[in-house]
Design a protein around this ligand. Structure first.
Ligand code: AMP
Length: 192
């Protein structure tokens, strides 16, 4: 199994690129944001606990996302690999994830980091707000909170994965196709 993490700030295009990776490389997409939104839609207890946090642009507790991710992996034993989108987002999540994969005899193969500026994040999220109905995309104050949280809590993962020599950057300012071409080259190099 191959495990890739698609990494970057909110609005970087992680979901879009993850979907293309799934199609081309026969991977399964695990987006913790999508899983949480599905829990909210289904009205589960977990969804009810997560809703206010997500709407305000705050992280949900680490244990909550870890539970969702482990369950997804366990339910797809036949998958040829996964692309993790929006996870891990904290060093606690990353180390718990690493231990879990290790217990299954697996490892993260590569972290693909999409680099875009905070201004582009704002523009992309404003654009997405016109297409998708996400409360956390509607208010600038909440978008700014998510960007600040990304810098404070998620960026430390860059060093975490650099130390493991798994971290790779892609310039995220081009077109969807340009960015995917660069990601494809990287995946093919990492899969050799
Ligand atoms: P996303 O769709 O990845 O932008 O995620 C939407 C929201 O879900 C985030 O702003 C967080 O509130 C929550 N969320 C998603 N993934 C995680 C995670 N790995 N850790 C904590 N909260 C998360």
């Amino acid at each position: 199994m191959k495990h890739f993490i698609i990494f970057g700030p909110p609005g970087a295009g992680k979901g879009t690129q993850a979907k293309l990776m799934v199609e081309k490389y026969n991977l399964r997409h695990i987006s913790t944001g999508d899983l949480l939104r599905a829990e909210i839609k289904a009205g589960t207890k977990l969804g009810q606990m997560a809703k206010a946090l997500i709407d305000d642009g705050n992280f949900v507790p680490d244990e909550m996302v870890l539970k969702l991710v482990k369950s997804e992996i366990a339910h797809h034993p036949d998958a040829s690999g996964f692309v993790f989108d929006g996870f891990p987002r904290t060093t606690t999540q990353a180390s718990a994830f690493e231990s879990y994969l290790k217990s299954l005899g697996m490892d993260v193969n590569g972290v693909i980091s999409i680099i875009i500026s905070d201004e582009t994040v704002m523009e992309r999220i404003h654009h997405r707000a016109l297409i998708e109905d996400r409360k956390d995309d509607m208010k600038d104050e909440i978008i700014r909170n998510r960007i600040t949280t990304y810098h404070a809590k998620t960026e430390p993962l860059i060093d975490y994965y650099k130390k493991q020599e798994k971290y790779h950057e892609i310039d995220g300012e081009g077109t969807i196709e340009d960015i995917f071409a660069k990601i494809s080259l990287l995946i093919e190099r990492l899969s050799r």
